[in-house]
Structure formats: C-alpha cells, structure tokens
Design a protein around this ligand. Sequence first.
Ligand SMILES: NC(=O)c1ccc[n+]([C@@H]2O[C@H](COP(=O)([O-])OP(=O)(O)OC[C@H]3O[C@@H](n4cnc5c(N)ncnc54)[C@H](O)[C@@H]3O)[C@@H](O)[C@H]2O)c1
Length: 298
Amino acid sequence: MSRHLEGKVAAVTGGGRGIGREVARALAAQGAAVVVNDLGVTVAGQRETSSPADDVVKEIKASGGKASSNHEDISTPEGGESLVNQAIKEFGQLDILVNVAGILRDRMIFNMTIEEWDAVIRVHLRGHFCTMRPATAHMRERRFGRIINFSSNSAQGAPGQPNYAAAKAGILGLTWSSAAALQKYNITVNAIMPGAATRMTDTIPAGRLPGTRPEATNASGTPMDPANVPPIIVYLASDEAADVTGQTFGASGYRISRFTHLEADKIIYSDGPWDIEHLFKVFKQTLGTGMKPPRMTM
Ligand SMILES: NC(=O)c1ccc[n+]([C@@H]2O[C@H](COP(=O)([O-])OP(=O)(O)OC[C@H]3O[C@@H](n4cnc5c(N)ncnc54)[C@H](O)[C@@H]3O)[C@@H](O)[C@H]2O)c1
C-alpha cells in the first residue's frame, strides 16, 4: 500500500495526548518524520512533571517511524521557533504543521477573570501565530507547505466558553487570512473542527455535548475514538490536496463535513444613508425574519 506522506516532515503541537497524539501517529504511519511537541500540562494549562511527547515518539519509533520530541510552550515566539528549527535541524525541512495544542478555562462571561480569558486566548490563538509565523517564513522560501489549524464547534456559540469560542473563531480568521496570503507560494491553510472523547471532553458536564460520548478511557474502538479524526488531516497534508485551502472541515466520529464561509443571507438597500425611522419600520419584515440563534452546542 502506498504511503501518502513519504519524505515529508511534520510538526504537531499538543501531540502528546488526545487528538494530537493520534495525528502524530497517523502522519508518521504515512511516512512523515514527525516532531511531536507537547508541554505537558493539565486541561486547565497547569504544568505537569513530565511531557507525554516522549511516549508518543517512542511509540512511533517502535513502529518503524521517524520522530523526535519537543517540550516547548507553543504560546511563546521562542517555543514556536524552536519547533520549526528542530524540524529543519533534525529532518532538513518542515512541510506540514498541525496546530493541535489547547487548554480550557470554562466560565460564564460575567464570572470570567482576565487570567482565564488571557490563558485560553494565549495557548490557542497566540499559539497558532507563534508556530505559523516561523513555519510560513520557511515554507515560503521552499514554495511548499501544508498548515492545519484546530478550531472548534464552540466557535459557533458555546455559552460557557467565551474565551475558548473567541479563540477558536479567531483561528478561523487567521486560517482564512493566511490561506489567501499564501496560496501563491503553494502553501495551503485549512481548519478542523474535531469531535472526540478525550480528557478535555471529560471535563464537560454530561448533557452539554451533542449525542452521547464515552469517557476518554473507554473511547478506544468507538466512533468517538480520537484516532477517527486524523484521516482528513492526512489528506489535507498530502500533495493531493494542493488546491484545498481556506476551508473548514468537521471530523467527528465516522463523519467528515465541510463548512460554508460566512455569507450575507439577507440584504436591504437604501438609496443613500439609512433613515433611522425607516430602518425601525422595515427591520422586522426584512432582516428580522428567519433569524437563527448561534449554535448552543459545545
Ligand atoms: N476533543 C474534542 O472533542 C474537541 C472538540 C473541539 C476542539 N478540540 C480541540 O482539539 C485540540 C486537541 O484537544 P484534545 O481533546 O485532544 O485535548 P487534550 O487535553 O487531550 O490534548 C491537548 C494537548 O495540548 C498540550 N498543550 C496544552 N498547552 C500547550 C502549550 N502551550 N504548548 C504545548 N502543548 C500544549 C497538552 O499538554 C495536551 O497534551 C484542542 O485544540 C481542542 O481545543 C477538541
């Protein structure tokens, strides 16, 4: 069977656990050399004593693959640069960047502290910038790159996650802007909205997630096994997907979906500046019809 990523070099942030671990293993199984990054933190972002990146590297090597571990914090410029430089130093180049690392600090907007807000924006949104900046500089020189970013359904309106929803929606803007800027250099940038049972979803109260979801420890072999997320990522990382950029794909269970871009679904015009009294008169029958609330799922 042919392998789709033979000769490629990949970096995966948050590759030590959950979905990131499965992404790193899948890329390696398809022939890529993988730098597995993981800082080793709790779901809330507190430091742990060891990094799980080393375990994933051992697993990949034991299966005959090529990998090395990186333990830096990807929400810092130094961490992002270290990841890209390590790929170049150890494997000669960086072709594929998958930004998976993430944390949660859920709280209703009216109770959220500035520290909870900053911590989540930092790891997700700033973290994506900190790896993408040095990675795109290198990929632009080589006129080749595949970047896969991690957004979330929560971007569409999860009520108890204002920081996370904002970061994940910001990642979509970053993905679209970068896709538009980098297409001419043969660099594609796409986003994933995943769904899988991990320690992260274990923290969410039952009933807040759509459908039923096993606990992370029981997920293996079920539709919500995080190993079901990587196939679309392997495709997007391959040469085959050269024309796929600026897109958002859902990958959850055995379902892969494609999302539309934001589009105006109703437009009203005025011949000149809008008369406020006229807008009050027409709003309900025009822009105010058929309004959908934001999706309230996780
Ligand atoms: N599990 C889901 O259903 C789901 C749904 C939507 C989005 N996501 C997103 O998918 C990604 C993976 O989530 P998961 O469920 O596998 O979570 P997880 O907690 O199992 O894994 C996240 C990993 O990121 C690492 N990490 C956190 N901060 C880091 C930093 N600053 N530098 C380097 N590594 C860091 C952690 O140590 C951890 O190993 C996240 O971005 C998450 O927001 C997951």
